[in-house]
Design a protein. Structure first.
Length: 275
């Protein structure tokens, strides 16, 4: 993985799951890292684990929009610029729309959508048009189709897709590269620390995720896709084929997804792909 040697990489959402997986692989492969999230203790542990590597921590809360320009400026200055920025921080909410408070839905939009947008605006200001800057957004299968009980989460990832597809088109040929990564079911704590519609913590890992890909394998898949320069790609098990299924059989997909969609996607992938 020589590709990553001395690449200046900022990972936002680095303290667990997919982001932590990225930290492990990149730290071992010579990248100059800045790691960000709210959990400072975890960031320090990661920094200590790779004391031989170039790794700096910069704690931040993507929900606190007014702080993000200053944090982005700081991150930019640590190594005198950035090559790759992983806009990976995310939070889930799982509940029916009628059971979900508006403020909880807004929180999800703030973390998953407005945070990455605010950081991007500052980076666009800082970047030099002649030097490549890669923005890597972590979207979701539910950025491609709606899923019951995931309305706000799906909305945040659909918004991310639309916004960053538009930015990619606007800036084509200018040295800005936008990569949208779509993880399938990855075994992280996102649903455990995720919220219910009333704002309380779920505390439960969803079965589909418990049986999903491990974050280290996901991180390697993400880095492989980036090394190939892909604009958009899916990393996961056979649930990834639901994107094609939705594109070619949208009516059938809508029927399948109406109740117990994760169970149905699992059954579908078993029957078609025998996994
Ligand atoms: N796991 C999956 O199956 C799956 C599937 C599709 C997409 N995704 C996406 O993948 C990304 C990573 O999620 P994950 O599955 O790895 O979950 P995770 O283990 O819960 O990691 C989420 C990361 O985001 C950070 N974060 C959350 N809220 C934040 C905030 N307000 N400010 C700063 N950082 C914040 C967390 O750090 P702190 O708590 O320390 O702040 C943590 O580092 C998310 O965007 C998620 O939507 C995951």
């Amino acid at each position: 993985m020589d590709f990553w040697v001395q690449k200046r990489v900022w990972i936002i959402g680095a303290s667990s799951g997919i982001g932590e997986g990225l930290v492990h692989v990149l730290a071992r492969n010579g990248a100059e890292l800045i790691i960000s999230a709210r959990n400072e203790t975890k960031l320090q542990e990661l920094k200590d684990a790779y004391s031989e590597s170039e790794i700096e921590s910069l704690s931040l809360d993507v929900e606190l929009r007014s702080t993000l320009a200053e944090k982005s400026e700081k991150a930019w200055n640590i190594y005198g610029g950035l090559d790759y920025v992983f806009l990976n921080a995310g939070m889930s909410v799982r509940d029916l729309v009628v059971e979900s408070k508006l403020e909880v839905e807004r929180k999800i939009m703030d973390i998953n959508f407005w945070g990455p947008v605010a950081i991007t605006k500052k980076l666009l200001e800082k970047r030099d048009a002649n030097i490549p800057l890669h923005l890597v957004l972590t979207s979701s299968l539910s950025g491609k189709y709606g899923v019951p009980k995931l309305a706000a989460y799906a909305a945040s990832k659909h918004a991310m897709q639309g916004y960053f597809d538009s930015l990619r088109a606007e800036t084509y040929g200018s040295g800005l590269f936008i990569h949208i990564v779509i993880p399938g079911f990855i075994r992280t704590n996102i649903t455990v620390v995720g919220l219910r519609g009333d704002g309380s913590q779920s505390g439960k890992m969803q079965n589909a995720l418990a049986e999903g890909m491990d974050p280290a394998t996901c991180a390697k898949g993400i880095l492989k896709g980036l090394e190939k320069g892909k604009d958009e790609f899916v990393v996961g098990g056979s649930e990834r084929f639901t994107i094609g299924f939705n594109r070619f059989f949208p009516g059938l997909m809508k029927k399948l997804i109406r109740s117990n969609p994760l169970q149905r996607i699992k059954k579908l992938r078993k029957s078609i792909f025998r996994k």
